[in-house]
Design a binder for this molecule. Structure first.
Ligand code: NAP
Ligand code: MG
Length: 403
């Protein structure tokens, strides 16, 4: 029996809901606890306990992430009307991801896990494309108006001293519509720093694109803030790391992304990120193979899977039926967090273990053993469909041969 890997500093562990909570336990029991003296500070973000603590547990977990720097999170239910009844909730608690993101002021990076046999629709994509979406403002916090008929529409800024600045939007000759959006320099700066930090962290080029030729003040401010922060704080470090920061127009970026082979981070404004992340995720193959990491401008990291709690599979599981739920993105959330802990605390065995567990997971799929979602889309011949447990046990077998 080999000695278990020690962790000098704890990892913040955020448990979650439904099928992913079941996978969470299996991953720990089969793939982590036999090899690591797992040192975590545990927070139960399952909906029942969030309700019991009036959601204080979510805030505490975010604060612990600030303290220790690294967290791993299971998928959680965002309550809606149906969940209010199902869980007898005191309130419709906010999305934990939203709460954590607001407290850490972070940016979410989503990256597909690439395996042979699950080919991207875009055939020249060989490496992952990580998408970073700015999560504040623009159309998501806009004020809108229907203009009923002829009249002048203006933007008015009233300064604290009462002075006004006006800008004509349109002199309407007939009915129309109008929208007012805003953003904050502080939020754009945090977004920029999170992107530059993550590029350095993963040693990948960073692309950023807006429509600054048309939006000469709004989008241009995004471009200028990124450039200033890059020049002042990151240019030298990027050069040292052998990576580049690249700005272009959004339409040019789209064309380049499609022609590229991948292997970079694409930072997007809020709306572009909403649309492009769905496009990129779909083209890479499967939501169940998409990882996600929240990076704060101070360099705190929270790793998770991009998918939800897989409710439909959970109800089957409760009825005692076998499930074939894909645990890959949740395994990679753990390996991402363990690798980061290993790097920060200089525990090379932990980093090596994270690398090996990822390799074991990929090797298992490439050997033909996979969950049903992948078996339905693989180009490999005669895939073996594993159950939820069966797949995790298969990964353990592969891991043991690698170790
Ligand atoms: P979901 O959990 O992502 O699942 C939607 C469907 O996608 C599943 O029914 C399943 O399709 C497929 N799928 C997703 N992940 C899979 C996996 N790992 N393995 C196999 N198939 C997978 O989304 P949802 O059903 O819309 O949301 C369920 C709950 O998750 C909601 O309460 C929502 O609030 C929450 N949610 C949480 C997060 C988060 O914590 N980050 C993110 C999104 C949603 P089939 O049924 O066809 O097999
Ligand atoms: Mg969307």
């Amino acid at each position: 029996m080999m000695e278990k890997i020690k962790m000098p500093v704890p990892l913040v562990e955020m448990d979650g809901d439904e099928m992913t909570r079941i996978l969470w336990r299996m991953i720990k029991d089969e793939l982590l606890l036999p090899y690591i003296d797992l040192n975590t500070e545990y927070y139960d973000l399952g909906l029942e306990y969030r309700n019991e603590t009036n959601d204080q547990v979510t805030v505490d977990a975010a604060m612990a992430t600030k303290k220790y720097g690294v967290a791993v999170k299971c998928a959680t239910i965002t309550p809606n009307a149906a969940r209010m009844e199902e869980y007898h909730l005191k309130e419709m608690w906010k999305s934990p991801n939203g709460t954590i993101r607001a407290l850490l002021d972070g940016t979410v990076f989503r990256t597909p896990i690439i395996v042979k046999g699950i080919e991207p629709v875009v055939k020249n994509w060989k490496k992952p494309i990580a998408i970073a979406r700015h999560a504040y403002g623009d159309v998501y916090k806009a004020a809108e108006m229907k203009i009923p008929g002829p009249g002048k529409c203006e933007m008015v800024y009233t300064a604290e001293d009462g002075s006004e600045t006006r800008e004509l939007i349109h002199d309407f000759a007939g009915p129309g519509i109008v929208q007012g959006m805003h953003n904050l320099e502080a939020s754009i700066e945090s977004f920029a720093r999170s992107c530059f930090n993550y590029a350095l962290d993963t040693k990948q080029d960073l692309w950023f694109a807006t429509k600054d030729t048309i939006s000469k003040k709004y989008d241009h401010t995004f471009k200028d803030i990124f450039q200033e922060i890059y020049d002042q704080e990151y240019a030298a470090r990027f050069q040292e790391a052998g990576i580049t920061y690249f700005y272009t127009l959004i339409d040019d970026a789209v064309a380049r992304v499609i022609r590229s082979e991948g292997g970079y981070i694409w930072a997007c404004k809020n709306y572009d990120g909403d649309v492009m992340s769905d496009m990129v995720a779909t083209a890479f193959g499967s939501l169940a193979m998409m990882t996600s990491v929240l990076v704060s401008p101070q360099g705190y990291y929270e790793y998770e899977a991009a998918h939800g709690t897989v409710q439909r599979h959970y109800y089957k599981h409760l009825k005692g039926e076998a499930t074939s739920t894909n645990s890959v993105a949740t395994i990679f959330a753990w390996t991402g967090a363990l690798r980061k802990r290993g790097e920060l605390d200089q525990v090379p065995e932990l980093t090596r273990f994270a690398d090996l567990l990822e390799k074991a997971t990929i090797d298992t799929i490439e050997s033909g053993r996979m969950t049903k979602d992948l078996a339905l889309m693989t180009s490999l011949e005669n895939p073996v469909v594993e159950t939820s447990e069966g797949f995790i046990q298969a990964v353990r077998q592969t891991l043991d041969t690698l170790l």
